[in-house]
Design a protein around this ligand. Structure first.
Ligand code: MLT
Length: 241
């Protein structure tokens, strides 16, 4: 039976989930989780997340065939091939490629979770698929499932919290084993689901992205269950599970 379902509201608390030896689902709906999922769904071989621009550029020097992707302040760094728009990770750009990615918060949350045996990446676009994967592995290995919310620069993010609720809702019978934080996320999703895009648009980071001209990224990121791709972070690389 799947053990407890728990949630860490901030990436800095990922260490708690690692200590519990839980399977971790890292969520950064806007936008790195959605971009990574879309990259792998569109044929990228792997995504290699790094925390700093320097690490990304150094890795690119040794592997010039890798694509460089990511953002700072929401925008593509000048020397990079791709920004952090999920829509940019289309088959034409990414099929067959390895991608080095650095973003402000999402790749940092991944770095903080990397000691866990199982690290999956979730967003609205793969909510059903990541839920089924976490449920299956959790039950088989008798480990709990913890959601680690990336947030934005260490701040709580509404969209990541609501997305955790969407994934928890799809855990079916295991919903009963939620911590209060996990249950709160489920209740938030149940409240938000009828007008998901409209509700997520009210979030601070969504408004900031809209101001920068990325409203279509927010709209795309609010699509529920459009892919079965579940990214798995293992040995420094993210590959499809
Ligand atoms: C991040 O990792 O901080 C986000 O993905 C930022 C963004 O929306 O580009």
């Amino acid at each position: 039976m799947l053990a407890r379902v728990d949630l860490e509201l901030w990436a800095r608390d990922a260490c708690n989930a690692v200590k519990r030896e839980d399977l971790i689902v890292v969520i950064d709906v806007l936008r790195s989780s959605t971009s990574i999922i879309n990259a792998l769904a569109n044929g990228a071989k792997s995504v290699i997340p790094v925390s700093t621009l320097k690490e990304a550029c150094d890795l690119h020097k040794t592997h010039p065939q890798y694509l460089l992707a990511g953002e700072r302040a929401g925008l593509k760094p000048r020397e990079f091939d791709l920004g952090n728009s999920p829509l940019d990770f289309n088959p034409e750009h990414v099929s067959g490629k390895n991608i080095v990615m650095t973003t402000t918060s999402g790749t940092v949350a991944l770095a903080r979770s990397r000691e866990a045996r199982w690290v999956l990446i979730g967003a609205f676009v793969n909510a059903e698929a990541v839920s089924k994967a976490a449920d299956g592995i959790g039950e088989r290995d008798e480990v709990g499932v913890s959601f680690v919310l990336s947030g934005e620069k260490g701040k709580f993010s509404l969209e990541d919290f609501v997305c955790a609720g969407a994934i928890i809702e799809r855990l079916g019978r295991h919903k009963g084993r939620c911590s209060d934080k996990a249950l709160a996320a489920l209740l938030a999703f149940e409240r938000a689901r009828a007008n998901l895009t409209e509700n997520i648009m009210k979030a601070e980071h969504a408004k900031q992205l809209a101001r920068l001209g990325f409203i279509h990224d927010v709209e795309f990121s609010c699509n529920l269950d459009i892919t079965k791709t579940v990214p798995f972070y293992h040995n420094g690389k993210i590959v499809p599970l």
